[in-house]
Design a protein around this ligand. Structure first.
Ligand SMILES: CC(=O)N[C@@H](CCC[C@H](N)C(=O)O)C(=O)O
Length: 375
């Protein structure tokens, strides 16, 4: 096993340079430099957009096992005050992808130096936070040649302690859809509202109407979330705004509820146009397939991990987070698990500060599990 401190240092290096989806040029170069520094001439290293796919050929392969790490950051100005805080203004690894990559490199390094009989494939995937990398990667056909028998991934979990792993069979994460709505009206002087069509007033009504969809239209026993995370509009305090944009996300645990919510949003928008003399446009951006852990493979992992020294295995509930890893799990048996990192501040928070003690825990667990699963 390589020195764990190496991968903590790598995590810090990556934390310095968070980049948006498909802009991960420095991240890709960093990962590539490290992988090449291992000096293993027989590795196959393929670039896909800003991502990387690395295959470690097995000694006598019977199957091929994949591990996927997402690599993009978020447009959040970091407030951790860490010595290695982001050097990219307005960007932060606030969803733990720096951990996911460092852990992936740790496991990769181990198996470059200690070959298994089976093949291993490491996917460093761009754009998980949007617009999505897993589906375009699958659709590109670039993954097909590896003939993956299994695929695994983890996600850091601020709510769990270091040493805890949380997982469940079946649905782990939600179906998601991004939501972008533009409301257009007629701008004018603040003193003459009767001559304008005020999009900010329309938007204010619409925000409250949106809240009624989950509470009044969705069957209460079906989990659903509709969050607006950003509003952008207006020029100045005394100008009536001719345009406002809402950005949000819809999450459900079943496809029918997603369709119902979208239908209601569209109906409410039609009503808004009539009520406020405005026009509107709607765009659902990136949609992610639910993360559905393969029941038998997951159960076998849980049975294997339950008595692992230093690990507390927790059977968790599904959560309304999204992950485009769901597209890979739709086609390839495997699972995702939550890795406890014990941070006071949660995912997508400017002060997220995961405990780096989770990095050795994850590397060791994955190395042992893959060695057990493979030959
Ligand atoms: C684990 C996690 O936080 N994933 C993101 C995935 C983003 C999906 C998409 N951009 C959306 O907002 O719908 C999440 O926000 O759950």
């Amino acid at each position: 096993m390589a020195n764990h401190q190496t991968f903590i240092d790598i995590r810090r290096d990556l934390h310095l340079i968070p980049e948006a989806g498909y802009q991960e040029f420095k991240t890709q170069a960093y990962l590539l430099d490290y992988i090449r520094s291992l000096g293993a001439a027989d590795l196959s290293v393929k670039l896909w957009k800003t991502g990387i796919i690395v295959r470690i050929p097995g000694l006598n392969p019977g199957k091929t096992i994949g591990y996927r790490a997402d690599i993009d950051g978020l447009p959040i100005p970091e407030e951790t005050g860490l010595a290695f805080k982001s050097t990219h203004e307005g960007m932060m690894h606030a969803c733990g992808h720096d951990f996911h990559m460092a852990i992936g490199l740790g496991v990769l390094t181990h198996f470059v130096r200690n070959r298994m009989n089976d093949n291993l494939v490491f996917i460093f995937q761009p754009a998980e936070e949007g617009p999505g990398g897993a589906l375009p990667l699958l659709e590109s056909g670039e993954l097909a040649e590896y003939k993956l028998d299994y695929i695994f991934a983890l996600h850091i979990a601020p709510d769990y302690k270091v040493g805890q792993i949380a997982i469940k069979e079946g649905k782990l994460f939600a179906n998601t859809s991004e939501l972008f709505i533009d409301i257009m009206g007629k701008s004018g002087h603040a003193a003459f509202p009767h001559l304008s069509h005020d999009t900010l007033v329309a938007m204010s009504h619409f925000m409250l109407q949106l809240q009624s969809i989950i509470s009044r239209n969705v069957n209460p026993i079906k989990p659903a979330v509709l969050t607006i995370g950003k509003i952008d509009g207006g020029f100045k305090q005394n100008v009536i705004a001719d345009r406002v944009r809402l950005e949000g996300t819809i999450r459900t645990l079943d496809a029918e509820t997603m369709t119902l919510i979208k239908g209601r949003i569209e109906s409410l928008l039609q009503g808004l146009e009539v009520s406020f003399n405005c026009t509107s446009a709607i765009d659902y951006g990136a949609n992610y397939m639910q993360v559905y852990n393969h029941p038998e493979v997951t159960r076998a992992f849980m049975d294997w991990a339950k008595d692992l020294p230093g690990i507390q295995l927790i059977e968790c509930e599904a959560s309304m987070t999204g992950e485009d890893f769901g597209y890979l799990l739709e086609r390839i048996p495997g699972f995702m698990f939550w890795l406890g990192v014990d941070s006071e501040h949660g995912l997508h928070h400017a002060k997220l500060n995961p405990d780096e003690g989770a990095i050795p825990v994850a590397i060791d667990t994955l190395v042992q599990y893959l060695s057990w699963l493979g030959r």
